[in-house]
Design a protein around this ligand. Structure first.
Ligand SMILES: N[C@@H](CCC(=O)N[C@@H](CS)C(=O)NCC(=O)O)C(=O)O
Length: 223
């Protein structure tokens, strides 16, 4: 039974799942819904996911959303081994910590700074919110110290999830070069994650264009 993935690559959570699918070499039926056109709000899609969020995966009778849950499900169900999401409780705890850190802190803080501007709700950045984002980046910088990949010396789903957030920081003109470990890890991801360019390049160009349209007078750079 083929997997159906409802997605729009402009969304970081969707890119995390797409990178996971590439890493696992999965044959996926890609079902594009245009977020900008509100295509998640149709009765047909709400019948699949009442929360109407992308990404959403349909695998036979299983309908699942929440990107990080999809990534870990896919590894458990289809991975040839557990390398991308280790079964060992300690190794898994280190990956899970990063998945929750991304959802509850890093990506959340990014969204609080940038999305109100993208949505045209404000033209002002709240300085405390920008400080909070850079604070979270400082924590990520520390977690990456001495590690090639987010959770250690092997690629895990934490890399797919975190890079999908951090790559958006770069095109929205947040200063990544201030954080040497993040900059090096981002470069590793660009070069070594399977399908990175296919999954991310077009979406990054779109986000860059949106940034130029909405953020031209807004400074997110901090030295
Ligand atoms: N925590 C969720 C967030 C999902 C989410 O909010 N997706 C947004 C795009 S980034 C969406 O689908 N918005 C359209 C809608 O809510 O109708 C995840 O990681 O999957």
């Amino acid at each position: 039974m083929p997997l159906d993935l409802y997605y729009d690559a402009v969304s970081p959570p969707c890119r995390a799942v797409m990178l996971t699918c590439r890493a696992l070499d999965l044959d996926v039926n890609m079902k594009y819904l245009d977020l900008m056109k509100g295509e998640t709000k149709t009765p047909e899609f709400i019948a699949i996911n009442p929360q109407h969020t992308l990404p959403t995966l349909v695998d036979g009778d299983l309908k699942i959303w929440e990107s990080r849950a999809i990534c870990t499900y896919l590894v458990g169900q289809y991975g040839k081994n557990d390398s991308l999401y280790p079964k060992d409780p300690i190794a898994r705890a280190k990956v899970d910590r990063l998945l929750y850190f991304d959802m509850g802190t890093l990506y959340k803080r990014f969204g609080e700074v940038v999305y109100p501007v993208f949505r045209g709700e404000t033209k002002e950045i709240v300085p405390a919110k920008l400080d909070a984002l850079y604070e979270a980046m400082g924590w990520l910088e520390g977690y990456l110290e001495g590690n090639k990949w987010a959770a250690g010396d092997k690629i895990t789903v934490a890399d797919f999830v975190l890079v999908s957030s951090v790559q958006a920081f770069e095109v929205t003109k947040i200063n990544i070069s201030k954080f040497k470990n993040i900059a090096q890890w981002l470069s590793n991801c660009k070069q070594q994650l399977k399908g990175y360019g296919d999954v991310c390049d077009k979406a990054m160009a779109m986000i860059k264009k949106m940034t130029e349209e909405t953020h031209s007078n807004i400074n997110l750079w901090k030295d």
